[in-house]
Design a protein around this ligand. Structure first.
Ligand code: NAD
Ligand code: ZN
Length: 388
């Protein structure tokens, strides 16, 4: 089959590789009909994720049709159309039973992402995300093996197009969790940092939840302006002004009820911190999280879907303490939110497909990565289709 294969930093190639086969009695093989490039894939593309080996198959946002199932699989059958969470959960362990699926302690034989591990078991495996997270072959491919198929694939109604439901497996449920953790509701004020696919969908979900005022911060005006037109956000460019200063003033010197950091550890805006990141003297930059802490009112919530790794020096924990903030974060418990968010799509309340700008063949994935990474052609989100 054809698949996107890791070779090195900025060297992802589409190659012919062996087809996947059933390995366990509860595995399924899914023929991928649509997949996407995620902002998390860019961290690997930038060489910022350890544990990748040449030959690894990438991709964790995908959907398709069940091609084959192991003898113990009852949840899906050949021919079912499914979307597959990027988090691989067993459904049985201590954490899965609590709905904390990304904490699944049975699927990841790798070391996981935490530095200070003590005796902790690693969190869940992810598709196509390095040997830190299980080394499981990913879904930017024609076929993919889905482990624990009695837990992980979710059937989708035939009436919905691929593009309407594809993001349920990652960025849409991620945005939903981020907004839920921020406790955004009718009348809320919220500041979202990062107008990539995750930040844009956070804006859509926050609008759906009845937020009164949504500020959206990025340096890419074409992204924030799209969100202003589509979701009624107030766009702010951090290159033009200090967004936190503006927002605090605009909220009568109180700050917003919640801030959402949809940027993560590669946040730009400080040359010094970006240099420290390149030199590996720190492993995350703090420009987005510091703004989030600065902009949130006393007693408010900072919700962090953006990925952070390791440590950073300039983390204003003292300011968070002074304001009595609540910080919530983490990889998404996709399986927990997926059915409810699917219903919102069916009801027409969410239209995540509107963020897509680029539809390409899987064969052109290398170009897709470049366009998304460099934000060329006003790119917001790339979806890929196997086949010519
Ligand atoms: P993206 O790279 O397309 O978007 C990031 C955006 O942040 C870009 O538009 C960039 O211009 C902007 N940005 C950079 N520095 C900034 C700053 N200082 N202030 C404001 N904006 C800044 O990626 P995405 O797909 O939107 O993903 C965003 C983050 O969410 C990534 O870290 C990704 O790994 C993470 N993510 C997490 C989960 C999860 O389970 N928690 C799931 C999916 C993605
Ligand atoms: Zn992702």
């Amino acid at each position: 089959m054809r698949a996107v294969v890791y070779h090195a930093e900025r060297d992802f190639r589409v190659e012919t590789v062996a087809d996947p086969a059933l390995e366990a009695a509860d595995d399924a093989i899914v023929r991928v009909t649509t997949c996407a490039i995620c902002g998390s894939d860019l961290h690997m593309y930038h060489g910022k994720v350890l544990g990748l080996k040449p030959g690894d198959i990438l991709g964790h946002e995908f959907m398709g049709v069940v091609e084959e199932v192991g003898r113990e699989v009852t949840r899906v059958k050949k021919g079912d159309r499914v979307v597959v969470p990027f988090v691989i959960a067993c459904g049985q362990c201590y954490f899965c039973q609590k709905g904390l699926y990304s904490g699944c302690e049975r699927t990841n034989p790798g070391p996981g992402g935490a530095i200070n591990k003590k005796q902790l078991r690693p969190a869940a495996a992810f598709f196509g995300y390095s040997h830190l997270y299980g080394g499981v072959s990913g879904g930017q491919a024609e076929f993919v093996r889905v482990p624990h198929a009695n837990v992980n694939p979710f059937k989708v109604p035939d009436g919905l197009e691929d593009e309407q439901v594809l993001f349920l497996g990652d960025i849409l449920t991620t945005a939903y969790q981020a907004v839920a953790q921020a406790e955004v509701g009718p009348g809320s004020t919220v500041a979202i940092y990062g107008a990539g696919p995750v930040g844009l969908l956070c804006a859509e979900v926050a609008r759906h939840k009845g937020a009164r005022k949504i500020y959206l911060v990025d340096e890419e005006d074409y992204r924030t302006e799209f969100a202003a037109a589509q979701y009624g956000v107030t766009p702010l460019n951090y290159r033009d002004r200090d967004p936190a200063g503006f927002i605090v003033e605009d909220t009568d010197y109180r700050g917003v009820d919640a801030a959402i950091d949809a940027v993560g550890f590669e946040a730009k805006g400080s040359r010094i911190e970006s240099a420290l990141l390149e030199l590996k003297l720190e492993t995350s930059t703090g420009t987005a999280i510091r703004q989030c802490i600065a902009v949130t009112r006393r007693g408010g919530i900072v919700s962090i879907p953006g990925v952070y790794v390791g440590f950073m020096h300039a983390f204003l924990l003292g300011d968070a303490f002074d304001k009595g903030l609540t910080l919530r974060m983490g990889q998404t418990h996709v399986q927990k939110y997926l059915p409810g968010v699917l219903s919102l799509i069916e009801l027409g309340h969410l239209r995540p497909q509107e963020i897509i700008t680029h539809r390409m063949s899987l064969e052109d994935a290398a170009q897709g990565y470049d366009v998304f990474d460099r934000k060329r052609e006003q790119c917001r989100k790339v979806v890929l289709k196997p086949g010519k």
